[in-house]
Design a protein. Structure first.
Ligand code: OSB
Ligand code: MG
Length: 371
């Protein structure tokens, strides 16, 4: 496979619902869509970097810069015999995993289309449906939170995650447990606490949560290990895990019992598969995180979730919770049993609507070897 063009588009789409976390309140999403082309075939990737460096250091601007100046020149014109070689080819570029992943994942989509295979077959997954969970942002009141949870449970979602921060934690969980009983429930703090909060966080133990996601700092492992020794609830790491090696260190340190995999955070599929396999070998369950993706990134996430150690429901929900309309037709939907069917067509297997992509585009660039 010799990629001859990379096309970039910066898109902005309004979110159906405001999404509030401990780090921001968002009513729209800006992201880059990458197209890679080889031999007349096209592969698509979505860069999950956001407008602000609040979840990770990367932003849409840094990703645009790094793809344009450093990634594209190393990828265009190079002969890859398998898309797993793309990540290796990008190793001289330090960090910028979201920028790398967007291009690498587009190359996997392209390779799958060239072989007329659904992407998950190339990734090594065989499931035909995946378990779906939802991530519910911080609400203006506990009543509104309860209303949201009721709506999502009625839709069939198999696990509820609520975002927490100091002042919206024990009260929020208490409300949900009181109203809905023993539903599969977890919380995500997006690094809003410090080790000084350990006694407060241990107060969550009595609610029998599936896990607490990333309670402490975004780059921390050591304090998470200390915290895990002080609470019964399993810690799951998200922000802190940037590679399979980080994960091995975190597991060795006792910093987590569960890991959230987002391919954008680790540089794409090749590293996600290594991370998945490492966790499987260590007996650590994984699940697929979400980054408010459009249908393009969402389809990618569904394919990766078919690997066997994705044994807990992911943050991969129906399109309608995020964008209306989505960039794809038909949108991604959940079945009444809380599962999402894995697209069976070639590559990511969803149909992108060019007019919708065009309408959402705020900037574009076309990169080729001659530039
Ligand atoms: O921490 O998992 C997170 C969204 C943006 C940035 C970080 C996170 C999230 C979510 C949303 O929790 C998951 C989704 O796409 O529904
Ligand atoms: Mg998270």
């Amino acid at each position: 496979m010799i990629i001859d063009h990379i096309d970039l588009r910066l898109l902005r789409l309004p979110l159906v619902h405001v999404f509030e976390t401990s780090f921001e309140r968002a009513d729209d999403r800006e992201f880059i869509v990458v197209q890679v082309r080889a031999d007349g075939e096209v592969g698509y990737g979505e860069c999950v970097a956001g407008e602000n460096p609040y979840y990770s250091a990367e932003t849409t601007e840094t990703a645009w810069h790094v793809i344009t100046e450093f990634i594209a020149p190393r990828v265009i014109g190079h002969d890859f015999s398998h898309p797993r070689e793309v990540f290796e080819r990008l190793r001289p570029i330090r960090g910028h995993n979201m920028a790398k992943a967007a291009v690498e994942m587009a190359a996997w989509d392209l390779a799958a289309r060239q072989q007329n295979l659904p992407l998950h077959h190339l990734l090594g997954g065989r499931k035909t449906a995946i378990e779906s969970g939802v991530s519910i942002g911080i609400q203006d009141s506990l009543d509104e939170l309860a209303t949201k949870v009721a709506t999502e449970l009625a839709a069939g979602y198999r696990r509820i995650k609520i975002k927490i921060k100091p002042g919206w934690d024990l009260n929020a969980v208490e409300t949900v447990r009181a109203r809905f009983g023993a539903i599969p429930l977890m919380v995500d703090a997006n690094a809003a606490y410090s080790l000084d909060d350990a006694p407060r966080l241990a107060g969550l133990d009595r609610f029998d949560l599936m896990m607490i996601e990333q309670p402490l700092d975004y780059d921390d492992v050591t304090d998470h290990a200390r915290l895990q020794r002080q609470m019964r609830t399993a810690i799951c790491l998200d922000e802190s895990i940037h590679s399979a090696r980080h994960a091995a260190d975190a597991i060795d340190a006792g910093a987590c019992r569960i890991i959230n995999i987002k391919p954008g955070r680790v540089g794409g599929y090749a590293e996600s598969i290594r991370l998945h396999d490492l966790c499987a070998a260590r007996g650590i369950p994984v699940w697929h995180g979400g980054m408010l993706e459009s249908g393009i990134g969402r389809a990618h996430n569904i394919h990766l979730s078919t690997l066997p150690n994705f044994s807990l429901p992911g943050d991969i929900a129906a399109s309608r919770r995020y964008y209306n309309p989505d960039l794809i037709e038909p949108p991604i939907d959940i079945a009444p049993d809380g599962t999402i069917a894995v697209p069976g067509g070639p590559g990511i297997g969803v149909t992108i609507v060019p007019a919708r992509v065009e309408r959402a585009t705020v900037r574009r660039a076309s990169l080729s070897g001659s530039l």
